[in-house]
Design a protein around this ligand. Structure first.
Ligand code: AMP
Length: 508
């Protein structure tokens, strides 16, 4: 059987004339249009010498042709390699040298720099801009739409996504056709997607969330999407009356909560709001429900695994949890040192096994071997627990765990206490090198606009609530936490910024 995601998607298209994508500018593309354009692109790829298994690296702004390029690459049996638009030329050099793509498609503004790197790596270069113009479009315009989809097995590579690499160099996660297809079918089912859905798509398409979770749910259920170039509150409010589902990162939700247009009425047409890629504060969940009547459905996943857990569609969506393992996916919490499974309620390393779990890191068998346990469980690097009702809780990245004076401190516990104090918007608790304790628990707090935070008052309040070893040694107040484009707080940036906090304190 042909396991090519593109073929499996095509086989499910029941109404080719139905509109699949509408852009903010009002352009409309039917399913038949996407299939036709993907045929022309797949032909252009093969005319450029892209053979099955070759990588196609793409660093372009979000647009419909950019999305079709993903489909066309799979259709040609090649491997899609999307790259964050924020990467500089120096960073691109690493990805291109590591992945050795046959073709690189970039924004026209980067052409000269990319050409130099690509030539060294033996790759061709084409361009595509945010309006869908460029040398790639010219090539495609002249290509025939006739293209026989290249057969692929379920285990063949469909995509390589580089991890964000907050520790060390980023690694290419190899995702197979079956990783993507099985996850898409499961999500369509549990989130009850149907052809009558209209997804509000404001996420980037170089990341698993916007590229696979959002897009594949639409394509595999015959639904439609309103395709926005990026998050923009005005565009979201304009689209809400016609949309039925929105997928977003937590910052989408906090920004919309700041807008008076967010009401029960403006969300009356919606059936589902989904959040992921970073922790959604329980408070955001509650405020959203109070304002709109909708309980945000939080789910958990990562580049290497696609989606692994989800709150239920038709039962309690519990704030501060990421729900249950998806059907067919096993989750366990283990002692990080020994790999021994821990009883419910205890915090440990979250490990995942299932058809969603990637094949390994590109050309990095040592790293791959180090991240899998015998028996096939992938070590996610996230700490968490499973509660008595079987809901999974994420406590944070393992590398964010603070060890102070020999005690383990889980930042999330402290952050939850700080966030509940009056005048606090949010906080990040980090470990900073400390001459006596190894690491000093350090709280970085963002106050509400206009509120003043007394650090002594914060500490004396926390003293009532937390054991002494968990108390922050220092509290720092700043206007905003550093975040990446997916809304994740960059604790590595904070740790770097404050790395001398305790050595300075001693010198004074
Ligand atoms: P990425 O590979 O960029 O998708 O990042 C994956 C990481 O994001 C996970 O390993 C988690 O640390 C974090 N993450 C994703 N979804 C959630 C969530 N719902 N709650 C908490 N952390 C999350």
């Amino acid at each position: 059987m042909n396991g090519n995601l593109f073929q499996l998607f095509c086989d499910r298209v029941a109404e080719p004339g139905k509109i699949c994508i509408e852009t903010a500018g009002g352009e409309r593309y039917s399913y038949a249009d996407l299939i036709e354009l993907s045929g022309r692109m797949a032909r252009a790829l093969s005319e450029l010498g892209v053979a099955p298994g070759d990588r196609v690296a793409v660093q372009v702004e979000k647009s419909v042709p950019a999305l079709v390029l993903y489909l066309a690459t799979l259709r040609a049996g090649a491997v899609y390699l999307p790259l964050n638009t924020a990467y500089t030329l120096a960073e691109l050099r690493y990805f291109i040298e590591d992945a050795e793509p046959r073709l690189v498609i970039c924004d026209p503004s980067k052409r000269t720099g990319v050409l130099e790197i690509a030539q060294d790596a033996g790759a061709s270069v084409a361009t595509l801009d945010a309006q869908g113009r460029g040398s790639w479009t010219d090539l495609v315009a002249n290509a025939s739409a006739e293209f026989e989809t290249v057969p692929r097995t379920a285990d063949d590579l469909a995509a390589i996504l580089y991890t964000s690499g907050t520790t060390g160099r980023s690694k290419g996660a190899m995702l197979t056709h079956d990783n993507l297809v099985s996850n898409a079918l499961t999500l369509c089912d549990i989130w009850q997607f149907s052809a009558s859905d209209v997804l509000l798509h404001a996420l980037p398409i170089y990341h698993t969330h916007g590229l696979f979770v959002a897009t594949n749910c639409v394509l595999f259920s015959g639904a439609s999407m309103i395709f926005l170039p990026k998050f923009d509150a005005n565009a979201i409010f304009a689209a809400l009356p016609r949309a039925s589902v929105m997928m977003g990162v937590p910052t989408f939700y906090t920004r919309l909560l700041d807008d008076p247009r967010l009401t029960r009425e403006s969300c009356a047409h919606m059936r589902l709001f989904i959040s992921g890629s970073a922790p959604l504060l329980a408070e955001t969940h509650r405020e959203w429900q109070a304002r709109t009547g909708h309980a945000i459905l939080e789910r958990y996943g990562m580049t290497e695994t696609g989606m692994s857990t989800s709150n239920p569609y038709d039962r309690d969506r519990v704030p501060g949890t990421v729900g249950f393992p998806l059907p067919g996916v096993s989750i366990r919490v283990v002692d990080p040192e020994t790999g021994r499974a821990l009883p419910n309620g205890e915090i440990g390393m979250i490990e995942v096994k299932g058809p969603n779990v990637f094949k390994g890191y590109w050309r990095n068998p040592e790293k791959t071997a180090a991240e899998f346990r015998e028996g096939g469980f992938f070590i996610t690097g996230d700490l968490g627990k499973i509660d008595e009702r079987s809901y999974v809780h994420i406590v944070g990245r393992g590398k964010d765990l603070i060890i102070t004076g020999g005690f383990n401190v889980y930042p999330k516990e402290i952050e939850s206490e700080i966030d509940s104090l009056p005048g606090v918007v949010e906080s990040a608790v980090i470990g900073i090198p400390h001459p006596d304790f190894g690491e000093g628990v350090t709280a970085v707090i963002v106050p509400e606009r206009g509120a003043s935070i007394e650090t002594d008052a914060v500490l004396s309040e926390l003293e009532q609530r937390l054991a002494k070893f968990k108390l922050p040694k220092r509290v720092v107040v700043i206007d905003e936490l550093p975040r990446n484009t997916m809304g994740k707080v960059q604790k590595n940036v904070l740790r770097e910024q404050y790395k001398d906090l305790y050595s300075r304190a001693r010198a004074i």
